[in-house]
Design a protein around this ligand. Structure first.
Ligand SMILES: [Zn+2]
Length: 149
């Protein structure tokens, strides 16, 4: 369905997003490992990444991808994965979906505002809920927090 209220930039972003989601679903056969990363964990992840931690490097890369989307928002603000709150700075959680396969080629990332994260003990469930909004036929196998802080 094409929403005629969308600007050409938003339509392009929507098409690109759909392409990424399809590639990631194909990559892992629809099965993902989900990760929640707190804003305060990023510095530790950057350090771990420099020390050769591949998972930390992936999380830092995905944080960078989302931050670039936010910076480049051309008439299409980047919003929280669960509500219309615009993500404007780094004070939001990252939800990262990694296809379950060796050397995944397409990962997904979204941001969650502090309000939607709520109690941090339930952040994994919120991340999963957010991805379920965008990815059809999702088969979550693991959900956990980064734990590098
Ligand atoms: Zn939100």
């Amino acid at each position: 369905m094409i929403d005629s209220n969308l600007t050409p930039e938003q339509l392009e972003l929507e098409a690109r997003t759909k392409g990424f989601i399809e590639a990631a679903v194909k990559d892992g056969g629809g099965s993902f490992a989900f990760h929640a990363v707190a804003p305060a964990e990023l510095l530790g992840l950057i350090e771990a990444s420099r020390n050769g931690d591949h998972q930390a490097a992936l999380f830092v890369h995905m944080a960078d991808v989302l931050n670039r989307l936010i910076d480049e928002a051309k008439g299409a603000p980047t919003v929280c994965g669960l509500c219309p709150t615009e993500l404007l700075d780094t004070a939001f959680w990252l939800g990262i979906a990694v296809p379950l396969r060796l050397n995944p080629t397409a990962c997904l990332v979204l941001g969650l505002c502090p309000h939607c994260v709520g109690d941090e003990r339930h952040v994994s469930q919120q991340v999963l809920k957010a991805f379920q909004r965008f990815v059809p036929g999702l088969r979550p196998l693991t959900v956990h927090t980064a734990g590098h802080a």
